[in-house]
Write a new protein. Structure first.
Length: 368
């Protein structure tokens, strides 16, 4: 090797070292976002195998603190990173990050966070009950009736006390999941059984406005944000969610994207359809009390009716035939249901304390 080649090689190594040190110094979520937008990422990683080992050590330390020691700052960082990793799977094709969608390092990071999170939740939510597959639908119904998340005081506050600022805060907090829900249903359809597909397709048909683009649920929710002047604020809302908001969103994505967790997804989705109508009735009550025109809150009004049908549909037309085919799925389906109820409880508790204590502040401060 010539002196010039050696000099170039050392300069390249120095530049790479600086790059890796810079990434290592970042919080995990910021690092994931930075890495995902690097057009030369795969080449950099292949050229520096020590970086990948060190980065995964960083992840291992984070998940230990987050899900082993329950360090809330670490929990927030882990869920923000997981959120960023899931966004890679749904980013626009012209987004520079799309190039790195299937970078192996990202899957390694994701799997480590997911496994640690689910293990911690399994310990926290474990149940000694032995439910027969035939009894799973009624057990999910009973869980939804008895769990405090199904009748959370947040919704009584929205119905009877919330002012316009508080309602705006609630809508913004709801935006990340509501605008993503069509994608989640579409992911649930992939690999589904023939018996389950009619129910899933009906869900998608309703979400898409039954052929009327102006009544597609994403559109009706955006209409509410537009009417309230919240569209611009919403741009960074998803990335700025609290850890409870990220965790709720991540639960849907984890169970939708990982085939090994597909049965858990059935429980997650069923609970969502079962508990939302009663909560949304109170949200609509709050809108009416404050004098909102009906077209603005039609997203929530529509879901009061359709989700009652979808809740029963998930139990009878998706979960029941799944259990007839795979009786061993009962534990996963029930675990998914408990995961969703627990994440709702955490999220609603956070929103209740935030909205009620700061309803007079600007909605841009929602996540502070």
């Amino acid at each position: 090797m010539t002196n010039v080649q050696m000099q170039g090689s050392w300069e390249g190594q120095a530049k790479t070292a600086t790059w890796s040190e810079h990434i290592q110094s970042m919080p995990l979520d910021a690092g994931v976002i930075t890495l995902s937008r690097d057009p030369e990422l795969h080449e950099r990683i292949e050229a520096t195998p020590q970086f990948q080992r060190a980065y995964l050590d960083k992840v291992a330390d984070l998940v230990r603190r987050a899900f082993g020691e329950e360090d809330e700052a670490a929990v927030a960082e882990a869920h923000a990173a997981l959120f960023a990793l899931y966004e890679l799977q749904l980013c626009a094709p012209d987004d520079v990050a799309a190039t790195n969608q299937h970078e192996p390092l990202f899957y390694s990071v994701r799997r480590r966070i997911e496994n640690a999170w689910l293990k911690a939740e399994q310990t926290r939510l474990q149940s000694a009950e032995d439910v027969k597959p035939v009894d799973v639908p009624q057990t999910i119904k009973a869980l939804c009736v008895s769990h405090s998340a199904a009748a959370h005081p947040l919704f009584d506050f929205l119905a009877h006390e919330a002012d316009h600022a508080a309602m705006d805060r609630f809508c913004l907090s709801d935006s990340a999941l509501n605008i993503r829900f069509f994608d989640l249903l579409a992911l649930a359809l992939v690999g589904s059984s023939e018996k389950a597909r009619p129910e899933l397709v009906q869900n998608l048909w309703d979400e898409s406005g039954r052929g009327d683009r102006s009544e597609a649920h994403v559109r009706t929710f955006r209409d509410l944000l537009d009417a309230r002047g919240l569209s611009q604020v919403r741009t960074d809302q998803a990335a700025a969610l609290s850890w409870q908001g990220h965790a709720g969103h991540n639960l849907f994505m984890l169970t939708a994207l990982n085939r090994m967790h597909a049965h858990k997804s059935l429980g997650v989705m069923a609970v969502t359809e079962l508990i939302d109508p009663a909560s949304y009735e109170k949200v609509v009550q709050g809108f009416r009390r404050l004098g909102y025109p009906e077209w603005q809150y039609r997203y929530y009004a529509e879901h009061i009716e359709v989700d009652v049908v979808h809740g029963e549909g998930w139990l009878e037309n998706v979960i029941t035939p799944t259990l007839a085919r795979v009786p061993g799925a009962a534990a996963d389906i029930l675990f998914g249901a408990r995961l969703r109820l627990a994440s709702c409880q955490q999220y609603y508790d956070f929103l209740m304390s935030t909205i009620t204590s700061a309803s007079h502040e600007s909605c841009t401060d929602l996540t502070q």
